[in-house]
Structure formats: structure tokens, C-alpha cells
Ligand binder design. Structure first.
Ligand code: SF4
Length: 145
């Protein structure tokens, strides 16, 4: 995590209200392995499995403290925020809602941050491909030895 989410000594949590965060397969595996049931924290909306909101905020947000209750296993999108993908423009943007947006814009040129983001995204894509591959294993003939 390369963004300090504290503002004036308190966790900002603006991005945890009205969340539309899409969950990857890895996210679901990690959060369920931590003891949460899928139906507790996820819902299917607009073609994706997403984090659920309760009382207008993510089910995992503690609104009293602004802390994430699953911080060590939080979804990939939460880790990458304020970098967001805009499917309409097909672009990665920095969300101006985040008070650290300018800081992140400056850091995007930082090779360490770039490597971190790419590693997370590629690992997630690979895991998804693996699950699809296993699901389709019997559909395609295996190469002959
Ligand atoms: S999982 Fe944690 S960081 Fe992500 S939206 Fe929910 S409370 Fe916020």
C-alpha cells in the first residue's frame, strides 16, 4: 500500500461509501479464507460480483473509526485506489474524490509503484485465466505426448 489513507490523523474512508468495487476471484478466495461468507460481503450487480453496501457504506467499513475491518485482505481495487479503470474511456484514471489524488498523479511515474500495480493486476488476471482453464479443461483435447 503506497497511499497513506489518513487525513488529519483520521482514516479518510471516502472511497468506502457507496462502493461499487468489483471483486476478483483472488479477492473472493482471500476474503472467504479469512472466514467471511460470500453472501455476507458480495452481491451480483451489472455483470460483476461487487462489495455489498450496508447503510450506504461498504460492509467492511467501521464508520466510527473509518477503518477497514479486512485491511490485510482487502480487495485489489481498494489496494490500487485512487487508480481506477474507466471502461467507457478504456483508461486508468486517478479519482479526484481521493484527497491524495495529486500525490498519486506525481507517483505514477515512480517505477516501484508501476511494478507494484502491474504485479497485482497480472497475478489477478493469471488466477482468473487458471480458473477458466480448469473449468474448460474437458472441453478441449489435451496435446498428445
Ligand atoms: S474493503 Fe475496506 S478498503 Fe475496500 S471499500 Fe470496504 S472498507 Fe473500504
Amino acid at each position: 500500500m503506497l497511499v497513506d489513507c489518513r487525513v488529519n490523523g483520521r482514516f479518510c474512508a471516502q472511497c468506502c461509501y457507496g462502493t461499487e468495487m468489483v471483486l476478483t476471484l483472488e479477492d473472493i478466495e482471500r476474503i472467504t479464507a479469512a472466514g467471511y461468507r460470500l453472501e455476507e460481503f458480495a452481491e451480483y450487480r451489472d455483470g460483476f460480483v461487487r462489495l455489498r453496501n450496508v447503510d450506504g457504506h461498504c460492509v467492511f467499513l467501521d464508520p466510527a473509526t473509518g477503518r477497514c475491518r479486512i485491511y490485510p485482505v482487502r480487495p485489489l481495487g481498494c489496494r490500487l485506489y485512487p487508480l481506477v479503470y474507466d471502461p467507457v474511456r478504456d483508461e486508468v484514471l486517478v479519482d479526484d474524490l481521493c484527497p491524495r489524488a495529486d500525490e498519486v498523479r506525481r507517483a505514477v511515474g515512480d517505477p516501484n509503484r508501476y511494478r507494484y500495480v502491474m504485479r497485482r493486476l497480472l497475478r489477478s488476471a493469471l488466477r482468473t485465466a487458471q480458473v477458466y482453464g480448469e473449468a474448460l479443461r474437458n472441453t478441449y483435447p489435451s496435446p498428445k505426448e
